[in-house]
Design a binder for this molecule. Structure first.
Ligand code: SF4
Ligand code: SF4
Length: 398
């Protein structure tokens, strides 16, 4: 959990700047030390208004690497919100920020209509004109029946403590509900009843990244109250998206303390970490799993590393006898949510991801594995290889 930010906790060691992928890719970004603690001193006096903070991708490599525990990215987001407050929000930031609401509105529309409407060459030119680069990958909507299946009513377990609520997040809800269904299958195999409450909304991270702080705050309040309601019934919340787990489980407390219920961080478990704990407690038996054909390259998403719980998806898959998997450990994929989709950011994202894409190529893998949907989209765009959630592979192997 983050503590209150004090710029004087920064010792100016510049470790964060060394680990910042955006600072390495463009001279237009002044880097985390400058945009975070250094400029915070000016901002506290109302003296600074730096446009460079708009280049921060919120990947959190600065927070992960800072030896003094300064939450640099969180304060970059606050600085960005202050910078954006009195400026007109670009259409591209409205489209990416409210992409979850768009998905929800379109929940009864067949996928072929949505995907054609969004991805035909005229639409791509129009989107490019409003700031979404026509070269960038856009995720595809999943078939209507899969989106509906994820949200169909399910029964909780009869024993208290044996029900889990899935917080699917926008990516899984609209683009990859199959991953959510795979996780439900695994949790049911481990003896849980799984529900997918209708009360959850977008975690607000895409809004925060577009500087839309008030809209993000409203979502923080709604999700926090829903998590608290479930916690009162002894129901744990699990999310297949590391960014949603980070946002709801940690960032709300730092950014919107007035919206969280109680003084503790809202407890949300990242799904692979939750499943790994079930393996460790003997509720799932990996010895009974069959290895999958081919070689796998595992990529740890930045927001999973920011959660500070290791690489649970990799740990699970490598315990399956005969599974050939390598942790390529080569940094950020560059897409960083919707960052690499935006004009003027696409090249930065491509350069950032180039080390990862080269490492995946050198690994000889024929399939990539990562917990984050945005990373999977970026990796497929950068390497041409398919990418899956580790728990989808586990569901197939068990
Ligand atoms: S969040 Fe990422 S892009 Fe932003 S300053 Fe930190 S390391 Fe750099
Ligand atoms: S790593 Fe931490 S202490 Fe070092 S310059 Fe960055 S914010 Fe300051």
């Amino acid at each position: 959990m983050f503590h209150h930010f004090n710029p004087d906790e920064c010792t100016a060691c510049t470790v964060c700047t060394v680990h910042c992928p955006v600072a390495a890719a463009t001279p237009r970004f002044r880097g985390p030390k400058m945009t975070g603690p250094s400029f915070e001193r000016f901002r506290l006096s109302g003296l600074h208004d730096d446009a460079s903070v708009e280049y921060c991708s919120n990947c959190k490599n600065c927070d992960i690497s800072c030896p003094s525990g300064v939450p640099v990215s969180t304060f970059n987001m606050l600085a960005r919100a202050a910078y954006c407050k009195d400026r007109k929000t670009p259409l591209r930031d409205l489209l990416t920020g409210f992409s979850g609401d768009i998905g929800r509105l379109a929940r009864h529309v067949p996928a072929f209509l949505l995907n054609f409407g969004m991805k035909n060459s005229v639409s791509r030119l129009l989107l490019d004109a409003v700031g979404l680069d026509k070269r960038a990958p856009l995720p595809s909507f999943a078939p209507l029946r899969e989106r509906r299946r994820l949200f169909r009513p399910r029964r909780p377990a009869s024993a208290k403590g044996d029900t889990v609520a899935l917080f699917p997040g926008c990516f899984i809800s609209y683009y990859e509900p199959g991953v959510g269904l795979d996780i439900i299958t695994l949790l049911e195999k481990a003896g849980y009843g799984v529900i997918v409450p209708k009360g959850f909304v977008c975690c607000g991270l895409p809004l925060l990244c577009g500087g839309l702080m008030e809209a993000a705050r409203k979502r923080a309040g709604r999700n926090s109250r829903e998590v608290a309601r479930l916690a009162e019934q002894g129901i744990a919340v699990v999310s297949p998206c590391p960014s949603c787990a980070l946002m709801v489980g940690q960032e709300y407390q730092a950014l919107f303390p007035g919206e969280t219920v109680g003084s503790e961080a809202t407890p949300v478990h990242e799904a692979a970490a939750f499943v790994l704990s079930l393996v460790e407690r003997g509720r799932l038996d990996l010895a009974a799993a069959r290895p999958l054909a081919g070689r796998l390259a595992y990529h740890a998403p930045c927001h999973l590393r920011a959660l500070g719980m290791g690489r649970p998806g990799f740990e699970i898959l490598r315990q399956i006898p005969g599974m050939r998997i390598e942790d390529v450990n080569a940094g950020c994929c560059g897409l960083a949510g919707s960052y690499g989709m935006k004009k003027g950011r696409y090249e930065i994202g491509a350069q950032t991801g180039s080390a990862l894409f080269a490492a995946i190529g050198e690994s000889g893998a024929d399939l990539c594995v990562s917990e984050c949907g945005s990373c999977r989209t970026g990796i497929t765009h950068g390497t041409g290889l398919a990418a899956e959630h580790p728990l989808s592979l586990l569901a197939r192997a068990l």
